[in-house]
Ligand binder design. Structure first.
Ligand code: 0PR
Length: 366
């Protein structure tokens, strides 16, 4: 057992999630861990062997599709939001063939779009933001031209949890004959469970693809990202031939890929059901409110009133606060524009965690 002890000694140096208020990942649900174990050796890169696992993936996509108002959505469980965004844009680029393709994304988009520009050779045009940090629709309109293959809207921005006006983006997409990819890596498993209806998914006609990551608010084991397309045509646009495998074509970005994400995603959604997921999301929203109230008492105002469980607070010296907290073994993050400290209130950030965080926070600002 020497090796195990050695491994443990490394693992023990990791910071436990109970001290982490900066992450969009969380402790997986116990049923996800169980599912992960059962599927540990599966490889969806060769679906002719893992016949049951690929069937389970179809059911999982159907379940998520239903949540996102499209039972007929097609897609797959991938390594995360980065891969999902790459594949969404790659499908759009392959379907609308132009010589110098560009995409129009909000300035608030996740840094995975930097990689997309580089890998796919599409020009990235960044649209300005409104005062509330949602994308300016008029600026998107200004940036679209005949070489635009896709627009991107964000449903749950990484820094503020803000949701772009996807309805209006959908109209521009339809008017210009371009695709609309919605990055709901985080919000995709939050928004369907909020009491307030915020349209962002396939219910909007112009939406062609959605990124939604079970390894964020789906409490699945890492890696479990998701890309869903309105219909199968998009998957066909991603296919390459795989002559010697059990399947003739492959639409995924990676070859060998785990079935663990599929199983753990399915297990959590099935086990908790709609009501259980709503309860989990409600809890995170409640805790976010508690945190905001406590921070306001200490003189820190949120940059925008949080829609979901991501919140940033204006701060004069965000980096100093972050470092001081890190010394006390708390992890938060910072944003640069505007200068603010950022927190994500995942299921592991309980009321108790918030209480002890605030008590330490008070000490460092006094
Ligand atoms: N789209 C959005 C809106 C995201 O917020 C993220 C990740 C991605 C795409 C990319 O997803 P993957 O990282 O799964 O490829 N947002 C988090 C972030 O950058 C990822 C993260 C998670 C970072 C946990 C740190 C961490 O501890 O903040």
């Amino acid at each position: 057992m020497d090796i195990i002890n050695e491994l443990m000694s490394y693992r023990e140096r990791d910071i436990p999630y109970s001290r982490v208020l900066s992450s969009m990942c969380t402790v997986p649900h116990p049923v996800a861990v169980k599912a992960h174990e059962i599927f540990i050796e599966t490889n969806l890169g060769d679906p002719g062997i893992f016949v049951g696992t690929i069937e389970l993936e179809k059911k999982t996509i159907e379940m998520i599709g239903e949540l996102l108002n499209n039972r007929n959505a097609s897609g797959y469980i991938c390594s995360g939001g980065t891969e999902a965004n790459i594949q969404g844009i790659r499908a759009a680029r392959n379907l609308k063939k132009v010589k110098d393709p560009n995409i129009v994304i909000p300035k608030s988009a996740h840094f995975s779009f930097e990689k997309i520009g580089d890998i796919l050779g599409v020009e990235i045009r960044r649209a300005a933001l409104n005062k509330d940090y949602t994308v300016s629709i008029s600026d998107v309109d200004r940036l679209v031209d005949e070489n635009t293959v896709a627009l991107v809207g964000i449903a749950g921005t990484t820094e503020l949890g803000q949701v772009d006006n996807i309805k209006e983006l959908g109209k521009i997409a339809e008017e210009n004959g371009v695709f609309l990819h919605v990055d709901a890596a985080f919000g995709g498993l939050v928004l369907p469970f909020l009491s307030r209806h915020i349209p962002f998914d396939f219910e909007i006609r112009g939406v062609s693809s959605i990124t939604v990551d079970p390894h964020k608010m789906g409490m699945a084991t890492i890696p479990a990202g998701g890309i869903l397309f309105r219909d199968e045509r998009f998957l066909r646009a991603l296919e390459v031939e795989t002559p010697y495998l059990t399947s003739k074509y492959q639409y995924t970005l990676t070859g060998t890929r785990p079935g663990t994400g599929v199983a753990s995603t399915y297990a959590v959604l099935k086990h908790l059901g709609y009501d259980g997921m709503k309860e989990m999301v409600d809890g995170c929203i409640r805790n976010t409110r508690t945190l905001v109230e406590e921070m306001e008492v200490l003189g820190f105002e949120p940059v925008v009133e949080p829609l979901m469980n991501v919140v940033s607070f204006h701060a004069k010296n965000p980096e100093e606060i972050k470092e001081e907290l890190y010394r006390r073994k708390w992890v938060i993050s910072t944003i640069r524009n505007p200068k603010a400290i950022r927190m994500v209130i995942m299921p592991h950030v309980t009321e108790e965690v918030i209480g002890s965080f605030i008590s330490d926070f008070r000490k460092i600002i006094s």
